[in-house]
Design a protein around this ligand. Structure first.
Ligand code: FES
Length: 374
């Protein structure tokens, strides 16, 4: 594994040495048959002819393994839209990477799951939009999607691949959390990740329709706490609460440039999924430079490493090693400045305005969903 090194930018000179990344999210494609209104992919998607080729992706995986990455998340879009998914998985496994497929299930068949198991796939995360065919298919904009997911879950567990259910929660399904946990147990998932929707990319357009209410969030928190007690040893329950109703920001990405990196379908290397919403940053491409150089020396990665970029209140805050300054993309979206305090923080001068805006959006109860175009 690579040794930590100190990088050369001003920000990094004041920071601790940079450890190698532990995780890489490979967005194999932006193609996706679903039309989820909470899609966090960018508004402008990469077309199939702009995607990295099979050989290019394999080269990136090899570099990632040499750099020190342990976990490789194969994501999209819908990664099953890539016909070379099994070949990519096999190559990643051969480099010693732990491979995790993040999928809607659409596009997978029993035969393909068998191929993926043979290729060495270590884990599957299957998304769930609701607990009934009507509700789930309405949110995903894909008729028959729910039934396909149920079948895929059965094929995955029959192939003895560990399964996690990813339940994305929002105002329209937040009251089904207990039923989602029951469903995940019925599907023999080892873990369920209940994640409240984040308003990046396309999802930003649906904030008024998807933002959960305070009452829903409080109820969800107690439902999760109770279920953790009840199902201890049966299923692991991870919960990502709603940002806008929290007092402190989350440690987004485990801190900028600290733990992981994302590679887009066309090879741009990002510190986080939504980093392209920060207009002052420019991003290197794996077609033009090595992953190691980009991780250690890339301007985008060094922009918010350490604490020299932080406003004084954050730099002197006892929580700075807990949340690492929160989410830079949220600061960009809500404060118009990626180096501002995350407005979710109770100490931010913008927190009062965020609460008022949240209440105003929650009052728009008739907001229509805008589904993602394909
Ligand atoms: Fe980019 Fe949080 S999504 S830092």
């Amino acid at each position: 594994m690579s040794k930590p090194i100190t990088v050369g930018s001003d920000a990094a000179r004041h920071a601790r040495p940079v450890p190698p990344p532990m995780a890489m999210l490979a967005e194999l494609t932006h193609r996706c048959p679903l039309a989820c209104p909470y899609c966090s992919n960018p508004i402008d998607l990469t077309h199939a002819d702009g995607e990295l080729s099979t050989g290019e992706w394999i080269g990136v995986f090899e570099q990632a393994a040499k750099l020190g990455v342990l976990h490789l998340h194969l994501s999209g879009g819908e990664p099953a839209a890539r016909r070379d998914l099994a070949e990519l998985t096999r190559a990643a496994a051969s480099f010693g990477l732990y491979t995790n497929l993040i999928t809607s299930g659409v596009g997978l068949t029993e035969a393909r799951i068998g191929e993926l198991a043979d290729a060495g796939l270590d884990h599957v995360q299957l998304s769930l939009q609701g607990v009934s065919p009507e509700g789930a298919d309405r949110i995903s904009g894909y008729r028959g999607g729910y039934d396909r997911k149920m079948a895929v879950a059965g094929w995955v567990t029959a192939a003895t691949i560990p399964l996690t259910v990813n339940a994305v929660c929002h105002r329209q399904n937040m009251d089904q959390i207990d039923a989602m946990i029951d469903l995940a147990i019925g599907l023999r998932a080892r873990r369920i990740e209940i994640a409240t929707v984040q308003f990046h990319g396309w999802a930003e357009r649906n904030k008024a329709a998807l933002l959960p209410t305070r009452v829903q969030v409080e109820r969800a928190t107690s439902t999760v706490a109770e279920a953790r007690r009840k199902y201890e040893g049966v299923i692991e329950i991870d919960y990502v609460p709603a940002d806008y109703h929290s007092n402190y920001p989350k440690a987004c990405m485990g801190g900028w440039g600290r733990v992981g990196l994302n590679v887009t379908p066309s090879g741009r290397v990002l510190p986080c999924h939504a980093a392209e919403t920060i207009p002052s940053l420019s991003f290197d491409n794996v077609r033009d430079g090595s992953l190691a150089r980009i991780w250690y020396e890339g301007d985008a990665f060094n922009a918010y490493r350490g604490d020299t970029w932080m406003p004084e209140l954050c730099r002197s805050c006892e929580r700075k090693n807990v949340d690492f300054g929160g989410c830079r993309c949220q600061a960009m979206a809500l404060a118009g400045d990626a180096s501002a305090m995350d407005p979710v923080c109770v100490r931010s001068p913008l927190r009062g305005g965020l609460t008022e805006d949240t209440d105003r959006l929650l009052a728009l109860s008739s907001a229509e969903l805008v589904f993602r175009g394909r």
